[in-house]
Design a protein around this ligand. Structure first.
Ligand code: AMP
Length: 285
């Protein structure tokens, strides 16, 4: 497996693979790999000839006062994990390689969905995400690009961007990987104290409660939101940020569910902000 820091060399490696009739897969990450990333890499390994993973903690998607400086970084460990998962190439550019001219003057506008939920709590976040993802996809060229449902709003915005900008990348969605107790895996989990980690289970418990209510016939979004907020609010170490229910296809926030929907939650546990989401559906949908 090769580790590259140069964008030009990365682009050349992807071009060369396609010349040899290989499909190229890109798995974009911020490193500090866990089994969630591992599942994306293994899926890519099954579906592509060249599996490339990028590791870049993108400053553009972190706001003032967010955890850019304290975000976990472990390139050596990531390289070993990636190799084990069958990755062929790790692209780990330094910041100067991605932003050689300093701050960009042209960035991607995520549109109205980019201002809701995560976008409302983290202004500018999705502009930063989409801008770096577009750069990575442009360097990679025609490819399949793997994203986790764990970051469902990000996944939807990437889908919209590739469609709206005719980016030659097929977006592949991968299911959320959870710990045995249900906590969604996240690089940020490593910063939780044992007490905070157990409090963080309130996120998945709230989502599971909403999913069960919907299976049992509840269709009122206000009831689902209230139930989720109550579960998370009952946890003294949790500081709730938002709960939301959206149509899973349109991402509109209807008051009555008429089609498969998605519940989304965000909360802080000490210094760590976590998000999670779950599909809400019922028999026949
Ligand atoms: P990150 O390094 O957190 O930016 O994540 C890189 C990719 O891995 C994104 O597409 C995430 O949605 C995905 N990912 C992160 N955590 C998980 C998880 N627990 N299960 C599945 N995919 C995940």
């Amino acid at each position: 497996m090769e580790v590259m820091r140069s964008a030009a060399r990365f682009r050349a490696a992807c071009d060369a693979a396609r010349t040899n009739a290989s499909t190229v897969a890109l798995v974009p990450t911020m490193g500090a790999l866990h089994e969630g990333h591992g599942s994306l890499l293994r899926r890519a390994r099954e579906e592509a000839g060249l599996v490339a993973m990028s590791v870049f903690v993108n400053p553009l998607q972190f706001g003032q006062g967010e955890d850019f400086a304290s975000y976990p970084r472990n390139l050596e460990g990531d390289v070993a994990t990636a190799q084990e998962a069958g990755c062929d190439l790790v692209f780990a550019p330094p910041e100067e390689e991605m932003y050689p001219e300093g701050p960009l003057s042209v960035t991607v506008d995520p549109g109205e969905l980019g201002d809701r939920m995560e976008g409302r709590s983290r202004p500018g976040h999705f502009r930063g995400v989409l801008t770096v993802v577009l750069k990575l996809l442009n360097l990679t060229g025609r490819c399949r690009a793997y994203f986790g449902e764990k970051d469902a709003q990000q996944l939807e915005l990437v889908r919209r961007m590739t469609r709206d900008f005719d980016v030659p990348a097929g977006v592949v969605a991968c299911a959320t990987v959870r710990d045995l107790d249900g906590l969604a895996l996240s690089s940020r989990n490593s910063r939780l104290s044992p007490e905070q980690r157990s409090a963080a289970l309130s996120l998945v418990n709230a989502l599971r409660r909403a999913a069960r209510l919907v299976e049992e016939g509840e269709r009122r979004a206000s009831v689902l939101r209230a139930e989720m907020a109550k579960r998370i609010g009952a946890e003294p170490l949790a500081r709730l940020d938002y709960v939301a229910v959206v149509n899973d296809r349109t991402w509109e926030e209807a008051e009555v569910l008429t089609a498969p929907s998605r519940a989304l939650v965000a909360a802080r546990f000490g210094p760590v902000r976590l998000i999670d989401n779950m599909l809400l559906r019922w028999p026949g949908t």
